[in-house]
Design a protein around this ligand. Structure first.
Ligand SMILES: Cc1cc2nc3c(=O)[nH]c(=O)nc-3n(C[C@H](O)[C@H](O)[C@H](O)COP(=O)(O)O)c2cc1C
Length: 270
């Protein structure tokens, strides 16, 4: 089967599809675009850029790309405030998050960009309170082992361990009713982890639009990445998959009243 289909009656020979192709897969011939390259990464640019719907691509079908009449552009101030208002949420209401809402969140996460459009991120969602408690407990046990081994993180870990042991407060998953565990094929590392982080960033930014709050679960991820067996056993993942990220999700207990501030901007020019 041809990898691209050109409707010759519609094609106006503008060449935008070939220009937009990032891998030189499409080139322009006298009769219009041709698939002459070796690698199509299924990014769909050729189809999306065509002004007359003349091009279809087996790997990025026209029928699956929703029409976009006008690119929605936030004004600069709204966009800046939106991005600077994002905060890590570490206190959640007890309410469960409906699974449809988590799916809505992940259905945006999957649109994040990835190197060469490789994607390769899947999600294992845990919303069972008992399993979440066991995960926190396993991560704390792992942290204790790290402290005993003299890990450079020991002073930081010690405070969390102490609080958990004294109060039982969930210092790992912050009492979130849901943990999104991003997973990628072990053979796809480290790229799978990079791709995961873009996708979770999308989820994090979209979450407030559906009234959710999130926080990255870095301790959890570090523990899983060290292949700590008691934690791995709790996750019941397929053997070939690795944990590449974690995101706590729930309804925030409160809102922040200030925009994020950071270190001063550092830029060099050449
Ligand atoms: C990769 C990554 C891992 C993180 N891991 C944790 C974590 O395990 N626990 C936690 O409470 N916050 C975690 N955070 C949240 C950071 O502490 C937080 O982003 C930072 O302090 C800035 O605060 P803000 O997100 O509210 O702007 C993590 C953030 C990132 C990006």
């Amino acid at each position: 089967m041809d990898s691209i289909k050109v409707n010759q009656e519609k094609c106006i020979l503008c060449g935008l599809c070939a220009d937009a192709c990032p891998t030189e897969f499409i080139t322009m011939g006298n009769l219009g675009p041709q698939a002459t390259g070796v690698s199509c990464i299924a990014c769909g640019h050729c189809v999306a850029v065509c002004p007359v719907e003349a091009l279809d691509n087996v790997k990025a079908p026209l029928g699956q790309q929703l029409p976009l009449e006008k690119v929605p552009v936030l004004d600069a101030e709204t966009a800046a405030r939106f991005l600077r208002a994002r905060r890590s949420i570490r206190r959640y209401k007890e309410d469960a998050v409906p699974r449809e809402k988590i799916l809505q969140l992940l259905d945006i996460a999957r649109f994040a960009p990835t190197g060469s459009n490789t994607q390769g991120v899947a999600y294992h969602v845990i919303d069972n309170a008992d399993t979440l408690r066991k995960i926190t407990s396993a991560v704390i046990d792992w942290m204790e082992e790290q402290v005993e081994k003299g890990s450079p993180w020991a002073p930081y870990f010690a405070a969390s361990i102490n609080k958990y042991r004294k109060t039982g407060q969930d210092v790992i998953l912050r009492g979130a009713p849901c943990l999104i565990v991003a997973i990628s094929a072990k053979k796809f590392l480290p790229r799978g982890r990079d791709n995961t982080h873009f996708s979770l960033a999308y989820a994090e930014l979209y979450a407030p639009a559906i009234l959710l709050g999130t926080c990255w679960a870095g301790f959890f991820e570090a523990c899983a990445a060290s292949n700590y067996q008691p934690l791995i056993n709790l996750l019941s993942l397929p053997e070939e998959m690795a944990v590449t990220g974690g995101l706590m999700v729930g309804y925030p207990q409160f809102n922040y009243k200030r925009l994020v501030d950071r270190n001063p901007l550092q830029v060099t020019w050449q």
